[in-house]
Design a protein around this ligand. Structure first.
Ligand code: SF4
Length: 362
């Protein structure tokens, strides 16, 4: 399945009958008028030849609506909450964990945001003293389809009255124009995954070029959003230090108080996905199997990358929260000298909020 980023590539839209009257479906009818629309009772009615990323399946969310980022066994977890709004992504990054999924599935849009919004408002009111971070970018790109369905703005508006809640959308697109006028914005965060142009061109399929992401980042910052930046996955290739220094250098004009947080993670992958990564050159680097079953660079190599990136970032924005995504306690100690709960600007990011039916863990 080839990657794409134009919405004109969407060929089929299947809507579940009980979702037909939702405002997000109404909004999409205009933007996706060129696709063929079908009403179904359930996903099983979709013909097998349309089970691919050029097809959308519009449904109400089923099951748990606010979850927890799965984290990784044996690694320090940042206790991020997740809402699966857009499941699947056609951008086609070579390292994407969704790769297997997309060959046989449509992109799924959970077109009724109300249950998740209500659950988040309930959490916000139950825990007025706890920072809550929640995002929609764990199982797909938060903004690729958002200009069509405009689901993110419902979360942004509903959560704006709660200053302890940071709602984050995460993207590798530059599709932000539809968000700029949303008001109030509260503590909403627009996040961009960043990599040097060479990595974007070689490994990030149809994702927006770096300059377009940076222009979009400037627009959302000017419009009053906070920004998050995700250097994840970071690759070590000849000249990686200069390449990443140039990306961080391009961010230097952004003011420190506009940056909510920066995350760092080196390339990691599950052995089962290796075949689908079709011999990408980075697979020939030296990797070690971690406790969560993923391959990562050797610990000393990861530590070197993280120290370097942390110094670059705190060099331009001292005091900005910088954290490691899915890393071991040993690596945290070697990079920061301690664990995140002991770092004043990070404890809020790593604080855990209990979801309905969960027991609180410390
Ligand atoms: S943007 Fe994210 S979800 Fe989409 S293909 Fe790339 S890694 Fe996967």
């Amino acid at each position: 399945m080839s990657s794409f980023r134009s919405l004109a590539e969407i060929a089929h839209v299947y809507v579940e009958r009980d979702a037909l009257s939702l405002p997000a479906v109404e909004r999409a009818r205009e933007s996706l008028a060129g696709a063929s629309w079908h009403v179904v009772e359930g996903k099983e009615e979709m013909p097998p030849e349309d089970l691919n990323s050029r097809t959308l399946f519009l449904t109400r969310p089923k099951g748990r609506i606010v979850g927890r980022c799965p984290g990784s066994r044996g690694h320090v977890c940042c206790n991020y909450l997740t809402v699966d709004l857009y499941v699947g992504c056609p951008l086609g990054c070579s390292y994407c964990v969704m790769k297997g999924y997309l060959n046989f599935s449509p992109l799924v849009v959970h077109v009724d945001p109300r249950p998740a919004v209500e659950e988040l408002v309930r959490l916000a009111e139950t825990h007025p003293d706890r920072p809550i971070r929640v995002g929609t970018g764990e199982v797909g790109d938060s903004l690729f389809l958002d200009p069509v369905f405009r689901l993110s703005e419902e979360f942004i508006r509903a959560l704006a009255p709660y200053p302890h809640v940071s709602f984050e959308v995460k993207t590798k697109t530059a599709s932000v124009d539809h968000l700029l006028g949303v008001a109030p914005k509260g503590r909403a965060v627009v996040g961009f995954s960043l990599n040097p142009p060479r990595v974007v061109a070689e490994e990030e399929g149809a994702a927006a070029p770096l300059e377009e992401r940076l222009e979009a980042a400037k627009k959302v910052l000017d419009a009053g959003f906070r920004l998050s930046l995700h250097f994840d996955p970071i690759f070590r290739f000849p000249g990686w230090e200069d390449a990443y220094a140039r990306v961080v250098g391009a961010l230097a004009p952004f003011p420190a108080d506009g940056i909510a947080w920066v995350s760092l993670g080196t390339i990691r992958y599950l052995p089962a996905l290796k075949e689908r990564m079709s011999g990408r050159p980075y697979l020939y680097d030296e990797f070690v199997l971690s406790r969560d079953g993923k391959f990562r660079y050797l610990q000393a190599m990861r530590v070197e990358v993280y120290r370097y990136m942390k110094d670059l970032i705190t060099g331009i924005w001292p005091g900005t929260p910088v954290y490691l995504c899915m890393e071991s306690a040993a690596v945290w100690y070697r990079v920061f000298g301690t664990l995140p709960r002991k770092i004043p600007e990070l404890w809020a990011i790593f604080e855990r909020v209990a979801l309905s039916g969960e027991r609180r863990k410390r």
